[in-house]
Design a protein around this ligand. Structure first.
Ligand code: 4AD
Ligand code: MG
Length: 431
C-alpha cells in the first residue's frame, strides 16, 4: 500500500492508501467517529464506521486522544462538504505514540499561554495556515527577483557598522573587537550592486527596540534589493510590482489557507500596481485637516497616523520625500530642496503599517563623508563604504521589505508574533 501525504490525496481518489498523521481533533457517536487528521501537509477528515471496521478498530479510534500520532489506512473519497474536497474512509489504525493532555485544546487560550507553548501552538490550523502563507511569500519573492535579473547576495550578520542608527544595536564581542548583529544588510548590498548590478538579500535582522507593538519584533527577516543606475522613482515601480506579485501569488496558491483564516480576500484582490504616492508634506496637511493635531512637519508618523492614511486609500500607499532630519545618513537629498530626501515608506492597508522603507542613496563622496560625520558615526568603520563613492560612483536605489509585517497583513494576523515561527519579542526568548 502506498504511503502518501494529505496534500497528495487528490491523485489517489478511490484508492486505499496509508497516511502518517496526528489527531487534531475528534468527535464520535456510538456508530461513527470523525477523526480530524493532520500530517503537516494539510488537514483531512477520517471517517470510521463501526459497521465497516468492526468493534476492535472502532474502539481504538474512539480512544484516540488529541496529538496522538498514528498510521491510518483507508480509501480516498471525494467530499464536497469540506473545503479540502476529500476525506478518508478509514479501514485501519496503528498508533505510534499516544499523547496525553495536550495543552493546546480546541478552546480559547490567553496569548501568553499560547506564546509559552509556541512549539506546540504551531500545530494549530490557524498557525499552520500562516506558516504556509509565509512560505508562499518567500517562494514568490525568490521567483520575482530571479525573473527580473536580480542576483541573491548574502550580507554578513556580524558587522561593525550601524546603517539604521546607533540606538537599537545588539552589541557582542568579536574576539577583541566590538561587533553588532546586523540591523540591515543595506550597506553591503550597495557594495554588491556595484559588482553585480541588481541584487537582493533575504535574511534575519536584529533591532534592540524597546517597542511593544503589534508591528515590532526584535529579530525579523528582511528582503533588501539594491539596484545600480536606478533612480528613486524607478525603485518605486519595482516595489509596487514586487508587492503585487507576492499578494497575487498568495491568492493563487493559498486559497485553502486564506479560507481557514477567514481572510477577506476581496481586499487583497485589489492589490495591483501602480500604488498611490503622496508626499510627506501632503500627508502632514491631510492629517492636520482630518483631526490629527498631534503631529507637525518634521515629526515621524505614529501608528495611528499611518493607519488613517492607509484607510483613506484602501491600497498600499507610498509616502515620499520625508524630512532629512528623521531619516538615516545615506539618503540622497531632493534635487530641488535641502529639507527632504528621495525616499519612501510603503504603508500597508488595514492598519499593518510600514512594510517597506527605501531610498535613493548618496553617491557623492564629499557629501557622504559629511553626512557620516554629522550623524556622529565612526568614519573608520565606514571607510570601505565611503570607497563605493570613490570608484565609479553611480546613482543607485534600494529598499527593505519586512517579511513578518507583510505576512501579518496578507494573512490578516492580529500581531507580527504570529507571522514568524519562533518570535523574539521584548521579554520573550522562550521557546
Ligand atoms: O525602514 P527600515 O528600518 O529600513 C532599512 O533597514 C533600510 N536599510 C532598508 C533598505 O533600504 N535596504 O526597515 C525596513 C522594513 C520596515 O519597513 C519594516 O517592514 C521592517 O523592515 N521592520 C520591522 N519589522 C518587524 N519588526 C521590527 N522591529 C522592524 N523594523 C523594521
Ligand atoms: Mg523605516
Amino acid at each position: 500500500m502506498k504511503k502518501i501525504t494529505i496534500a497528495e490525496m487528490a491523485k489517489y481518489t478511490g484508492q486505499t492508501v496509508k497516511l502518517g498523521a496526528w489527531i487534531a481533533n475528534k468527535r464520535s457517536s456510538g456508530k461513527i467517529a470523525f477523526l480530524q487528521l493532520r500530517d503537516g501537509s494539510g488537514f483531512v477528515q477520517g471517517v470510521v464506521v463501526k459497521a465497516e471496521v468492526g468493534d476492535e478498530i472502532f474502539a481504538a479510534a474512539k480512544a484516540l486522544t488529541q496529538e496522538t500520532s498514528l498510521y491510518v489506512t483507508g480509501e480516498v473519497k471525494e467530499d464536497d462538504r469540506s473545503a479540502f474536497g476529500y476525506e478518508l474512509q478509514v479501514t485501519g489504525i496503528e498508533v505510534l505514540h499516544e499523547a496525553k493532555d495536550f495543552p493546546i485544546t480546541p478552546k480559547e487560550h490567553g496569548t501568553e499561554f499560547l506564546m509559552d507553548n509556541r512549539h506546540l501552538w504551531l500545530r494549530s490550523r490557524k498557525q499552520h495556515a500562516i506558516m504556509k502563507i509565509r512560505n508562499e511569500i518567500i517562494r514568490s519573492t525568490y521567483e520575482f527577483f530571479n525573473e527580473n535579473g536580480f542576483v541573491k547576495v548574502d550580507p554578513p550578520i556580524l558587522t561593525g557598522s550601524a546603517p539604521e542608527g546607533t540606538s537599537e544595536l545588539f552589541a557582542t564581542k568579536y574576539f577583541e573587537e566590538d561587533a553588532f548583529l546586523s540591523q540591515s544588510g543595506q550597506l553591503y548590498m550597495e557594495a554588491a550592486a556595484m559588482a553585480l548590478g541588481k541584487v537582493f538579500s533575504f535574511g534575519p535582522t536584529f533591532r534592540a527596540e524597546k517597542s511593544k507593538t503589534r508591528r515590532h519584533l526584535i529579530e525579523f527577516w528582511m528582503i533588501e534589493p539594491e539596484m545600480a543606475f536606478v533612480e528613486h522613482s524607478e525603485s518605486l515601480e519595482v516595489q509596487e510590482q514586487f508587492v503585487s506579485h507576492i499578494v497575487q501569488s498568495v491568492l493563487k496558491n493559498c486559497q485553502l489557507e486564506l479560507g481557514r483564516l477567514e481572510r477577506d480576500t476581496s481586499k487583497l484582490e485589489k492589490i495591483k500596481a501602480p500604488f498611490p504616492r503622496i508626499t510627506y508634506d501632503e500627508a502632514i496637511t491631510w492629517l492636520n485637516d482630518n483631526g490629527f493635531n498631534d503631529i507637525e512637519w518634521g515629526e515621524d508618523f505614529g501608528a495611528p497616523h499611518e493607519t488613517a492614511i492607509a484607510e483613506h486609500y484602501d491600497m498600499p500607499v507610498f509616502i515620499i520625500n520625508y524630512p532629512i532630519g528623521i531619516k538615516p545618513f545615506y539618503m540622497q537629498p531632493h534635487p530641488e530642496r535641502d529639507d527632504v530626501v528621495l525616499c519612501a515608506d510603503l504603508i500597508a492597508p488595514e492598519g499593518y503599517g510600514e512594510i517597506i522603507g527605501g531610498s535613493e542613496r548618496i553617491y557623492d563622496y564629499e557629501l557622504m563623508k559629511q553626512r557620516i560625520n554629522e550623524h556622529g558615526l565612526d568614519e573608520a568603520a565606514y571607510a570601505w563604504y565611503l570607497e563605493l563613492s570613490k570608484y565609479g560612483a553611480v546613482p543607485h536605489s534600494g529598499f527593505g521589505l519586512g517579511l513578518e509585517r507583510t505576512v501579518a497583513w496578507i494573512s490578516g494576523a492580529e500581531h507580527v508574533r504570529e507571522s514568524i515561527p519562533f518570535p523574539r519579542l521584548l521579554n520573550r526568548l522562550y521557546p
